[in-house]
Design a protein around this ligand. Sequence first.
Ligand code: SF4
Length: 355
Amino acid sequence: MTSQVELIGMTRDELRLFVSELGERQFRGNQLFSWIHEHAVVDLDEMTNLPKEFRSQLRLSAEMDIPEIVDMVPSSDTSSRKFLFKLRDGLKIETVFIPEGKRKTVCLSSQVGCSLGCKFCATAKMGLLRNLTAGEIVGQLLAVRRETGERITNIVFMGMGEPMLNYQNVLKAAYIIHDDDGMNISTRKITISTVGIARKIRQFTKEKHPFKLALSLNATDETQRASLMPITKKYSIKDCLEALKEYTDRSRKRVTLEYVLMSGTNDSPADARRLASFMKKLNCKLNVIPYNPIVGEPFKRPTVHQLEKFISNVTGGRSMVTVRWSQGKDINAACGQLYVENVEKTVRNQTVVSA
Ligand code: SF4
């Protein structure tokens, strides 16, 4: 049996090396990279500036596999779309496309399922099935581009899984997406969201990666957060704050705080006061995401009045706050919260696959 090299997860330098090992000149690697990532072309027949013999050689030794679309759920109240993709091994992941005027954002998954067990998250119910490869991460984006025909401007790693627990593959994918011979998406438009894996945030800072960071915070009291997000027992809020301060101090970049607002859970005046105090300690901006209920879970979506009151209590009208209220309340794209009927369907499917 021959094993074929997967080209989509290769950086430009890796492709140059790969083609030179096949006896071709290295610039063919650049051409290949450009076809795949600049033009979203994954069919060798369409890569017309590559010699025919070289394409035949590639057919024997390499492949370009993008995830198969098995379902696409349009939002009923915006033009956002959620894609359900099938990977080569049959496992399924989700990716969300969010167009807002000129900004076209794709929310990427980094793992199949997740091990972190956040109580408000449907993905948590799957457990972790496996990490995605860099090629599977980039492949989600290529599939969305090919389907929508849109030029993507912003990337957020906020789909299924914890990106910092698939650190190398997520970073490799981010660098491929950023490459100016490919999709050429600015590092300022690529955001990696984490629940606060402090040791990885420190590594990210130390290694000086240029991408932006977001913290999925959701609670500001240690006990309360640990009850919602068990990872807090390992990495406390205080630990996350210190790691993020190192990041903002060294990188001079601002962190985005994501706060999923749940009525009666984390929206009291005391929650707002603690959040305001947290924000004073960090160079950050705040995204408040009204919770989307999951069947069988006790958490509730806030009313518009509750949301406005909470934000006013946090900011006093001063700080920078964005409400991700209208991005398709039925296909919410926040970290691991792709939890609507289709997710429940996915969970059932994955359970069958992994049984
Ligand atoms: S919210 Fe994010 S980190 Fe938490 S369980 Fe869901 S996918 Fe994992």
